[in-house]
Design a protein around this ligand. Structure first.
Ligand SMILES: C[C@@]1(CC(=O)O)c2cc3[nH]c(cc4nc(cc5[nH]c(cc(n2)[C@H]1CCC(=O)O)[C@@](C)(CC(=O)O)[C@@H]5CCC(=O)O)C(CC(=O)O)=C4CCC(=O)O)c(CCC(=O)O)c3CC(=O)O
Ligand SMILES: NC(=O)C1=CN([C@@H]2O[C@H](COP(=O)(O)OP(=O)(O)OC[C@H]3O[C@@H](n4cnc5c(N)ncnc54)[C@H](O)[C@@H]3O)[C@@H](O)[C@H]2O)C=CC1
Length: 215
């Protein structure tokens, strides 16, 4: 059996993430971290123009030098993103010694965390990993799924979420709540939203809820 990674979603908001290296790959990792409101600190002798701009805007902290031992201390997540597998290995060793999360852009240096390709639609996230074996495939799958999860998904999910909150407050029986939500999810509500028919989608939801309430 292929090696299995545990998929999880991390709340990075306001947590310190230390990125070692300031090249093109580091830039992509930093964009992902900022999207999740992490506090980002880069340690690198050089930066790409886009990273330099983020520094000058005060959106990330910058330590302008090569990696030194101790740089990963206090980081919730560390990213070893230099072009040197030897340096990345040292970074991974330091973070791992403390049992912390660390990603390395060289699979051979064995960090404990992989950055996936991600489809985002509001609160919905689909993360794709090939367990490090073919990142270009992860990207291609992401592009394929972006067509499947059209932008209506965001509206759909917000609707399901607000109905769920309403049911939590108004229906005590957990099994009944679950049945209603299941019926809505299995109905044609999503297709109706996709074709721009929000009024009909809302009507369908009302019929399902009333039907269950009265049964
Ligand atoms: C192990 C991992 C570590 C990590 O970075 O977390 C890793 C490692 C490496 N990537 C390499 C190359 C490429 N990476 C991409 C793209 C992405 N790589 C990402 C993640 C990961 N890359 C992790 C595994 C993910 C998984 O499990 O599938 C994505 C998903 C997310 C992200 O980067 O945030 C992002 C797509 C985002 C998107 O578009 O949605 C492309 C394609 C492209 O850019 O078009 C290429 C060129 C084609 C090719 O080589 O396949 C190389 C070789 C470098 C060399 O040849 O020297 C290594 C090093 C090695 O394998 O040792
Ligand atoms: N994981 C991934 O998604 C991918 C990984 N890669 C791998 O990632 C590596 C980095 O790629 P790029 O960003 O394109 O390289 P790059 O050459 O653009 O950037 C390397 C960065 O590391 C910095 N650096 C070098 N030594 C350092 C040290 N001792 N301490 C701190 N910073 C140091 C450099 O100053 C530079 O900012 C490559 O070796 C490549 O094999 C490449 C493509 C995708």
């Amino acid at each position: 059996m292929d090696k299995q990674f545990f998929g999880a979603f991390l709340d990075l908001s306001k947590r310190l993430c230390v990125v070692i290296g300031g090249g093109k790959v580091a830039e992509r990792k930093v964009q992902s971290l900022l999207l999740c409101e992490a506090r980002v600190r880069i340690v690198s002798p050089t930066l790409t123009p886009a990273l330099a701009e983020l520094v000058s805007e005060g959106r990330i902290e910058y330590v302008e030098r090569s990696f030194q031992s101790g740089d990963t201390k206090g980081a919730f997540l560390t990213v070893a993103a230099t072009n040197s597998p030897e340096v990345n290995r040292l970074v991974v060793q330091e973070a791992e010694a403390d049992g912390r999360l660390v990603n390395s852009v060289h699979a051979s240096t064995r960090g404990n965390t992989i950055f996936p390709a991600v489809v985002r639609r509001g609160p919905l996230q689909v993360a794709i990993s090939t367990s490090g074996t073919g990142p270009a495939v992860a990207r291609a799958v992401r592009e394929e799924l972006e067509n499947y999860f059209d932008t209506e998904y965001e509206l759909y999910l917000h609707k399901v979420s607000s109905i769920r909150n309403m049911l939590m407050k108004t229906i005590e029986d957990e099994a009944v709540r679950a049945e209603i939500i299941r019926e809505i999810v299995q109905s044609n509500v999503r297709e109706l939203l996709r074709s721009g028919n929000e009024a009909e989608a809302d009507r369908t939801i009302r019929v399902i809820i009333e039907g269950r309430r009265n049964s």
